[in-house]
Structure formats: structure tokens, C-alpha cells
Design a protein around this ligand. Structure first.
Ligand code: NAD
Ligand code: MG
Length: 388
């Protein structure tokens, strides 16, 4: 298949951590990439600034009250301005778009990602919650439409890179690496006392607030286990987690002959974003190179499932299937939000998730409307748990 001279991309969540780094990739590859769509929820000023720089065909501001402000600021430019969640689902269908970077955080990214798949757009997927909540639906839709989902999450990109040239070979297992977050080695007693300021200090990565807290509770790894199962068609027993504090090995694949392949590099999300944009090609980047001599020891340890129960909760949700991962995700989003508002303590985050998983209404074969309903119900339940 011949490649278009320039790839037209839509960046959903362009004002976020992933969105901004994706625009850095565009800046460095103006001859290969064209921004067609930018979207943001609240940060109207940054969205306007990005629109003036990249001159996309259309932009969407999620927060409808900001529509006039954005429209006014861009009146001199030939850029279509829309607002609201429905507009997001419409713009991704634009004829001219080749690839959609799904970089909205949380359940809020599901509908637009599904709409893009329905329109046959290739997907660069950062929004892991989409696969956690509705992995069956999303992967089936992608298959039916001949859409490829290119992982942007660094672990999944690592596995995808290890699989290049190996897609016909049987995977024995994958090993997802985790930094362990800021509280690695701490016990439950200590974790009861931690404050959001400490939890927001990730040792290796600079990311949005929600994923940073998920990395501290290790729920991020839990979500990634479920994401990996859908992306690579794996059974739960084929997925392992290992703590690797230096975040140099981004994940590993073990094949049925016992050989293990790993993908390595300094922690920098720009690499997986760029790989997703240009797959199957690798293009030049000026990112800082890894130097073995600077890292004389790369270390590995087992995760502590007692102090960090989130990984087990995710395994349980995945094994149960149906809407259970959707319940896990919604409860977690509410609990993380409550923690960030100082309404609950750090160790209450997994406790709220567990409670919602116990009490939530289970549906074995959910349709999209069931996921919407289940997400809504769980949010109400989790909010009540956070007030107790
Ligand atoms: P972020 O909070 O920095 O940015 C989120 C973006 O989504 C913003 O542009 C925001 O305007 C938009 N948004 C938020 N709520 C919205 C809503 N209701 N409707 C429409 N848009 C909305 O988050 P991030 O760290 O960039 O993460 C984005 C996604 O990528 C998450 O799913 C995260 O798990 C995943 N991810 C991030 C990283 C990272 O390094 N930041 C790494 C791997 C995966
Ligand atoms: Mg990751």
C-alpha cells in the first residue's frame, strides 16, 4: 500500500500530557504530519494557541460554555470550531483524517474512539480506559472495520515493537514492567498517611494527574494488564508484572521457544507516540539516547500485592469479564478524583474499587448502552462510598 505524502492526524486531548508531546512530534516532522483536528475539554487558551500554530481543519472544545470564547479568538483563521461531546464523535469521522490519537483521559474517551473506529480511522491509542471498559466491543469493531489499533502506552508499544516480524509466532507470556511509583517498598501503614503532593511526584515520568495517581496505587498496571489482554489476545495467566524501578526496559515478550525480547530506552512517551504515527517505519528522532554505562544495574522485583491491592483487583475484574472491568474503572476514576480533592485517603482508593466490584450489578455480555449505564451507576455508588 502506498503511504500518503503526509499523514493527517486528529489529536483528541491535545492539551494533555500526551497531546502536547504528540504536537512536539508534529513540530519535528512537519513534512510528514498534518494536524487536521485538535480537541480539549477545558483549557481553551492552550487550545487556541495550538490551533493558531498548527492551523487544523477543525477543533472541538468539550466545555460548551467556552465555545464563543474560542470561536471569537479564532475568527481571523479558517478553522471550524465546535463544542461538546457529540461534536467530538462527529469530527473524528472527517474524510481527510488518516489516524486518530485517542489521548483523552478516562471513560470520557470511549465514545469518540469508537466513533473513529466506526469511521474506519486508524487509531493510536493512549486512552487505555477505552480497552479496559469495553475491550470486547472496541476490538470487535476494529476487526470488522479493518482498523489497526497502535498502542501508545509505553509498555504496550514495547510489546508491539517486540512482536514486529513475529506476529505469526506464539506468545508464551508477556511481562509488563512497572516502576513501582513513588511509594515502592512502603507498607500499608505508611500508605495510609501519604498526601496527594507525594503521590503526584512520579520518579520517572511526567504525566496527567489521574495516571500519576494510578501509577502510585499500581492501578495503572492493573489497567494495563487488561489493556494488554485485549490488544494482544492474551489469557490472564499469560500476563505477568515485574517491578523495574529504572523504567528502561519498557516490557518484554516471551515466545514459546523460551526466548525473551525486550524493548529498551530512556523513559520518554514521545517515542511510542512517534512509533504509532509512523508504523511500520521508524523515523529519525533527536530524543536522548540510552547509555548502558550510566545504568550499571537494572533491577527487578516482585510487586507487593498486599500493600498495593490494585493489580489483583484488575486481574479479578479481567477474569470475571463482562462489565466488571467497567465497574473497576468507574470506581477508580471517582476514587482518584476524591483523593485529589482530599476527600479520601490513599489506601481508600483500592478499597472503594473493591467495594463497588462486590456490590455492582454484574452483566455478563454488555452492549454499549450497558457500559454507559454501568459507568453511571458505579460513579454514583463510588461517590457515596467516598462520602462515608
Ligand atoms: P491529561 O489529563 O494530561 O490530558 C487529558 C486530555 O483529555 C486533556 O487534553 C483534556 O482536555 C482532555 N479531556 C479530559 N476530560 C475530557 C472529557 N470529559 N472530554 C473530552 N476531553 C477531555 O492526561 P494524559 O496524561 O495526557 O493521559 C491521557 C491518556 O493517555 C490517559 O488515558 C492515560 O492513561 C494515557 N497515557 C498517558 C501517559 C502519559 O505519559 N501521560 C502514558 C500512557 C498512557
Ligand atoms: Mg504505561
Amino acid at each position: 500500500m502506498t503511504q500518503p505524502a503526509k499523514k493527517n492526524i486528529a489529536i483528541l486531548g491535545s492539551t494533555g500530557s500526551i497531546g502536547k508531546q504528540a504536537l512536539d512530534i508534529v513540530r519535528a516532522n512537519m513534512d510528514k504530519l498534518q494536524v487536521e483536528v485538535l480537541t480539549a475539554q477545558n483549557n481553551a487558551d492552550l487550545l487556541i494557541q495550538q490551533a493558531i500554530e498548527f492551523l487544523p481543519n477543525a477543533i472541538v472544545v468539550g466545555e460548551e460554555s467556552k465555545y464563543l470564547y474560542v470561536k471569537d479568538a479564532l475568527q481571523k483563521h479558517d478553522i471550524k470550531v465546535y463544542a461538546g461531546a457529540d461534536a467530538l464523535c462527529q469530527v473524528v469521522q472527517m474524510e481527510s483524517i488518516h489516524i486518530v490519537l485517542a489521548a483523552i483521559v478516562g471513560f470520557a474517551g470511549l465514545r469518540s474512539t469508537l466513533a473513529a473506529i466506526e469511521a474506519g480511522k486508524q487509531i493510536a491509542l493512549a486512552n487505555k480506559e477505552t480497552l479496559v471498559v469495553a475491550g470486547a466491543l472496541v476490538t470487535e469493531a476494529a476487526k470488522a472495520k479493518g482498523v489497526n489499533i497502535y498502542p501508545v502506552d509505553s509498555e504496550h508499544s514495547a510489546i508491539f515493537q517486540c512482536l514486529a516480524g513475529e506476529f505469526h509466532n506464539t506468545i508464551e507470556k508477556i511481562i509488563l514492567t512497572a516502576s513501582g511509583g513513588p511509594f515502592r517498598g512502603k507498607d500499608s501503614k505508611f500508605l495510609e498517611t501519604v498526601k496527594k503532593e507525594d503521590a503526584l511526584k512520579h520518579p520517572n515520568w511526567s504525566m496527567g494527574a489521574k495516571i500519576t495517581i494510578d501509577s502510585a496505587t499500581l492501578m495503572n498496571k492493573g489497567l494495563e494488564i487488561i489493556e494488554a489482554a485485549w490488544l494482544f489476545a492474551l489469557r490472564p495467566e499469560q500476563i505477568e508484572v515485574i517491578i523495574h524501578p529504572q523504567s528502561i526496559i519498557h516490557s518484554l515478550v516471551q515466545f514459546e521457544d523460551g526466548s525473551i525480547k525486550a524493548q529498551m530506552g530512556l523513559p520518554d512517551m514521545k517515542l511510542p507516540i512517534q512509533y504509532a504515527f509512523f508504523y511500520p517505519n521508524r523515523v529519525y528522532s533527536s530524543f536522548k539516547r540510552f547509555d548502558f554505562a550510566s545504568y550499571p544495574s537494572l533491577t527487578f522485583e516482585k510487586p507487593d500485592f498486599t500493600s498495593f491491592p490494585a493489580i489483583q483487583l484488575a486481574f479479578d475484574a479481567m477474569k470475571k469479564g463482562g462489565n466488571m472491568p467497567c465497574i473497576l474503572n468507574a470506581a477508580n476514576e471517582i476514587a482518584v478524583h476524591a483523593f485529589l480533592k482530599d476527600q479520601i485517603g490513599f489506601t481508600e482508593i483500592p478499597a472503594v474499587v473493591e467495594k463497588c466490584m462486590e456490590q455492582g450489578h454484574f452483566i455478563a455480555n454488555p452492549a454499549i448502552s450497558d457500559y454507559m449505564e454501568s459507568d453511571k451507576e458505579t460513579r454514583i455508588m463510588a461517590t457515596a462510598c467516598c462520602k462515608k
